[in-house]
Design a protein around this ligand. Structure first.
Ligand code: SF4
Length: 91
């Protein structure tokens, strides 16, 4: 089975098309409106990739580690927050 897709938080605009219109149960809404993937529900078929108008739903490189995925796709300001050295973009 393919790996779950992932949301690129640096691109996602929180339009809601994927979780409110497309309606896959594996896609949820973060408090800030951005999408997230329930990795335990996603079967990785990628049918949602085409619904995102800004190409924020991506298929991860199978060679990427979990750390690679966080560094590539987590909002950079959130990463700074985790380190306690930056303002939050997320309200
Ligand atoms: S369709 Fe794309 S931009 Fe809109 S909420 Fe989903 S991932 Fe984000």
């Amino acid at each position: 089975m393919p790996k779950p897709v992932i949301i690129d938080e640096n691109i996602c605009e929180g339009c809601g098309i994927c979780y409110a219109v497309f309606g896959c149960p594996a896609i949820g809404r973060q408090p800030n409106g951005q999408a997230f993937i329930h990795t335990d529900l996603c079967n990785g078929n990628g049918s949602c990739i085409q619904v995102c108008p800004v190409q924020a739903i991506v298929r991860p490189d199978p060679n990427d580690t979990e750390e690679d995925l966080v560094m590539k796709y987590t909002n950079k300001l959130k990463i700074q927050d985790r380190a306690g050295c930056g303002p939050s973009k997320v309200k």
